[in-house]
Design a protein around this ligand. Structure first.
Ligand SMILES: Nc1ncnc2c1ncn2[C@@H]1O[C@H](COP(=O)(O)OP(=O)(O)OP(=O)(O)O)[C@@H](O)[C@H]1O
Ligand SMILES: [Mg+2]
Length: 327
C-alpha cells in the first residue's frame, strides 16, 4: 500500500488555477507523428493539407522534420528560398517572412530544408520562438509534419497541437515504434504538467517506486488518487491528448481491421480516448507520382487514396469537434 502523500501547497494549487487562463492558438493545429521513419507521415501531411485547402480552408503546411525535410518535393514544388532554418538564424524575420505560396490555392508551406541544422541543435529559446510564432499565426489550419523518433523537440512540437495524429503501418516494427512514440509523448506531457506545478519530483518518485504501475493508465489512476486536489485539472489536461490513428500502406482486409484493434489497445493502455481516423491503401501511384514530381492527388486523382484521404480530412475538419484547451 502506498502512503498517503502530503497535501499540495497553496502555491501549487494557485498555479493550477493560473494555468486555466491558457490562451488558445490562432488556428487549429494538427501534428502528424510516428515512431518510425518511412511510414508515410509526409505523404499523409501533404495530402491532408491539400484536401483542407481544397475545402476552402487557409492551410499552412510546416516541415518540422528539420534533419530530412522534403515536404516541398511531396507537393511538387521547388525548394523555397526561405524556411524554418532562415527563421531560426535571423531573429528579425517573422514567421510570415518564411512562408511560401504553393501551386494549390489556399495552401502555403514553410520548408524545413536546411544545410546542417538538425532537431537536436535547436536551443530551448529558439524552440520557444518557433512554437510561439506558429501558435500565434492566424490561419485556419496548421499541419506539422514531424520527423521520426522521440527527441524532446519532436515531442514538444507534437504536444503543441490540438489534433495528435499518429501514423502506423501494419508491420510489427512500426506498431511497436508507434506505441513507443505515444508513450514518450504521454510521459513528456505528464512531466511538463508536473514541472509547472512543481510536483515533478513527486511524480517521478511515484513512477519509479510504485510497482503496481504497469502502464500509463495505471500512472494516471495513481496520480488521481495521490493528488485529489488537482484531479479535475489533470483529467482535463490529459484528455487533450487524444491520439488519432492513421493506418497507412494497408494491403489486405486483415490489415484494415488492425486499425480498430490498435485503437482499443491504445485506449486501454493510456486510459485516454483514442480515435481510428482511417486506413490508407498501399498504392504504387504514390512513389510513381513522387518521381513525376507531382503530388499523388494531382497526378492520380483516381487512386483509392483520394477518397480515403478526403474522408479523413472531412473528419478532422468537422466543426462539431471542439478545439481543445492548450496545456
Ligand atoms: N500509401 C502508400 N502507398 C505506397 N507507398 C507509400 C504510401 N505511403 C507512403 N509510401 C511510400 O513510403 C515512402 C515514405 O513515405 P513518407 O516520406 O511519407 O514517410 P515519412 O514517415 O514521412 O518518412 P520520414 O520519417 O523519413 O520523413 C515514400 O517514398 C512513399 O513512396
Ligand atoms: Mg517525412
Amino acid at each position: 500500500m502506498m502512503k498517503a502523500s502530503p497535501k499540495l501547497s497553496t502555491a501549487t494549487k494557485k498555479k493550477v488555477v493560473d494555468l486555466r487562463g491558457r490562451i488558445a492558438p490562432q488556428s487549429t493545429i494538427i501534428a502528424v507523428g510516428a515512431g518510425k521513419g518511412g511510414v508515410g507521415k509526409s505523404f499523409f501531411s501533404s495530402s491532408l493539407a491539400y484536401f483542407l485547402a481544397q475545402m476552402g480552408h487557409k492551410t499552412l503546411l510546416v516541415d518540422m522534420d528539420l534533419g530530412a525535410a522534403n515536404l516541398h518535393t511531396w507537393l511538387g514544388e521547388g525548394l523555397p528560398s526561405k524556411g524554418i532554418n532562415e527563421f531560426m538564424k535571423d531573429t528579425n524575420l517573422t514567421i510570415g517572412d518564411v512562408i511560401s505560396p504553393t501551386m494549390k490555392n489556399n495552401l502555403h508551406l514553410i520548408s524545413g530544408a536546411s544545410e546542417g541544422l538538425y532537431n537536436g541543435d535547436i536551443s530551448d529559446a529558439e524552440k520557444s520562438r518557433l512554437l510561439s510564432a506558429l501558435y500565434n499565426y492566424p490561419t485556419d489550419y496548421i499541419i506539422l509534419d514531424l520527423g521520426a523518433g522521440t527527441h524532446t523537440s519532436t515531442l514538444d512540437y507534437f504536444l503543441m497541437a490540438q489534433h495528435h495524429v499518429v501514423v502506423f503501418t501494419p508491420e510489427p516494427s512500426s506498431i511497436e515504434n508507434a506505441y513507443r512514440f505515444m508513450k514518450a509523448v504521454f510521459y513528456r506531457k505528464i512531466r511538463r504538467y508536473g514541472s509547472r506545478l512543481d510536483i515533478d519530483q513527486r511524480i517521478e518518485h511515484i513512477t519509479k517506486n510504485n510497482h503496481n504501475i504497469k502502464s500509463p493508465r495505471d500512472l494516471l489512476n495513481t496520480l488521481h488518487k495521490e493528488f485529489p486536489e488537482i484531479s479535475k485539472d489533470l483529467k482535463e489536461v490529459m484528455n487533450q491528448l487524444q491520439f488519432q490513428i492513421v493506418l497507412n500502406q494497408i494491403r489486405t482486409a486483415q490489415d484494415r481491421n488492425l486499425g480498430k484493434g490498435i485503437k482499443s489497445v491504445c485506449q486501454r493502455h493510456f486510459g485516454l480516448p483514442c480515435e481510428f481516423l482511417g486506413a490508407l491503401s498501399y498504392d504504387n501511384a504514390v512513389w510513381q507520382s513522387l518521381r513525376q514530381k507531382k503530388h499523388l492527388l494531382v497526378a492520380n486523382p483516381y487512386s483509392h487514396l483520394y477518397a480515403q484521404i478526403m474522408a479523413m480530412a472531412r473528419k478532422l475538419a468537422d466543426p462539431s469537434q471542439p478545439k481543445n484547451m492548450v496545456s
